[in-house]
Design a protein around this ligand. Structure first.
Ligand SMILES: Nc1ncnc2c1ncn2[C@@H]1O[C@H](COP(=O)(O)OP(=O)(O)OP(=O)(O)O)[C@@H](O)[C@H]1O
Length: 388
């Protein structure tokens, strides 16, 4: 059943609609004006908002405008008084789903709510399907080293345990994080990635936790942070070892209390996001140097998945080369190229300090620069020499 928020300054209207919908099995909360309602929506999500138009503090139109900006997926139904039908029609043009006229007709409410909830679930379903179409790439490899990684993914994905993914650049840490999400019960909800190294330290707090309008000079409107965007889903904190100590303290609080506060606000917001983190740094060393908080490390590393270097699983290289040739040719709409066994052997013997990303780029380069068959000479000329 759905969670519905009824906003009206007339208590009798709130009660009539509330009781009716509760009898239908829905969970109903009420607010006296737009401002109060908007604050409640900031704290917990609602499947449907039913709002009066004329109200003190913040009216229904202003509320609708704000919701379209900050909660575009929320379905809104307006309640219009005798004189405000034109305004109600305006609201529908803006994005409200429908309106109900006063005096309230019980049957009309039930039909409108049913339709509005159906629309809401269709929007969610479409998003889920869209996400499914962008399927997560396969983890290719049959070596014992990658087999252990896959086994750990299968074991821990469906738990809500926090996972720290370690390994060098380009080994596939992000891919592991995506699979942990994909194989979890949260897979129909968002997977939100944050590259902690790419965000300047003075912006990271607002990026992670959001901000209120006017919280700082460039905060021209309210914005949800990544933790809120990941509510119900997974947040992936990539390059966590590069996060400033100040930001680490804030993340620690979010993990301990499962609550966040937007910059410029003093209100706590509950968030239910599973946290995955990755790093190519040795966090124990960073702790010893005073660059990383030990308490945060222990919060993040309930499970540790180490993704091995490609040089430690060379037996996977032929499979990966074959996989990348097929994937890149299909992607570019090119006929399938082949590669000679000697060329594969040469690729297997290379150092691959950039790991799978480097191998992928090398195969892409070979497909561009070689003929339909990739030979040992092609590898020597375009990969070995190019890599010095
Ligand atoms: N086992 C694998 N099979 C197929 N493709 C893989 C595999 N592992 C990684 N890849 C591909 O290699 C590329 C690099 O992987 P990914 O971005 O996950 O690495 P990373 O460890 O997160 O890198 P960085 O530390 O630089 O962020 C991606 O295109 C990914 O899809």
């Amino acid at each position: 059943m759905a969670k519905i928020l009824v906003i009206d300054d007339e208590r009798s209207i709130r009660n009539i609609i509330g009781e009716l919908l509760e009898m239908e099995g829905h969970t109903v909360k009420t607010a006296e004006n737009g401002l109060q309602g908007y604050e409640m929506i900031g704290v917990e999500p609602f499947d449907l908002v039913i709002s009066d138009i004329k109200m003190p503090e913040m009216d229904g139109i202003e509320l609708l405008d704000k919701l379209i900006e900050t909660h575009p997926d929320t379905t809104v139904v307006m309640i219009s008084g005798h004189g405000s039908i034109d305004t109600a029609v305006e609201c529908i043009k803006k994005g409200a789903f429908d309106y109900i006229e006063k005096p309230i007709d019980m049957n009309r409410i039930l039909v409108t709510v049913k339709n509005a909830l159906e629309r809401g679930s269709l929007v969610k379903e479409t998003k889920t399907l869209r996400r499914k179409v962008h399927k997560v790439a396969e983890i290719v490899g049959e070596s014992p080293a990658i087999g252990r990684v896959k086994m750990l993914i299968d074991k821990v994905a469906s738990t809500d345990a926090r996972v720290l993914i370690t390994g060098s650049n380009g080994t596939g840490k992000e891919l592991v994080a995506r699979w942990l999400h994909e194989k979890s019960d949260r897979s129909s909800m968002p997977f939100v990635e944050v590259n902690c190294a790419a965000i300047p330290s003075e912006l990271i707090e607002s990026e992670l936790f959001g901000h209120e309008k006017g919280a700082f000079t460039s905060a021209i409107k309210q914005r949800k942070g990544k933790f809120e965007q990941a509510d119900g889903g997974t947040i992936f904190l990539d390059e966590i070892g590069d996060m400033s100590l100040a930001a680490q303290a804030k993340v620690l609080r979010a993990l301990q209390e499962r609550k966040i506060t937007r910059v410029g606000s003093d209100k706590d917001i509950n968030v239910d996001a599973r946290v995955l983190a990755a790093t190519n740094k040795n966090l124990q060393e960073e702790i010893a140097k005073g660059n990383f908080r030990e308490d945060l490390y222990h919060r993040l590393s309930v499970i540790i998945i180490h993704v091995p270097n490609l040089s430690d699983r060379r037996e996977d290289i032929p499979l990966l080369v074959d996989h990348f040739i097929r994937a890149i040719c299909a992607d570019k709409g090119k006929p399938l190229s082949t590669i000679t066994p000697e060329a594969v052997e040469a690729l297997c013997a290379m150092p691959w300090t950039g790991n799978i990303r480097e191998l992928h780029n090398a195969v892409e380069r070979l497909l561009i620069l070689s003929g339909r068959e990739i030979t040992l000479d092609d590898v020597k000329l375009n990969v070995m020499q190019a890599n010095g």
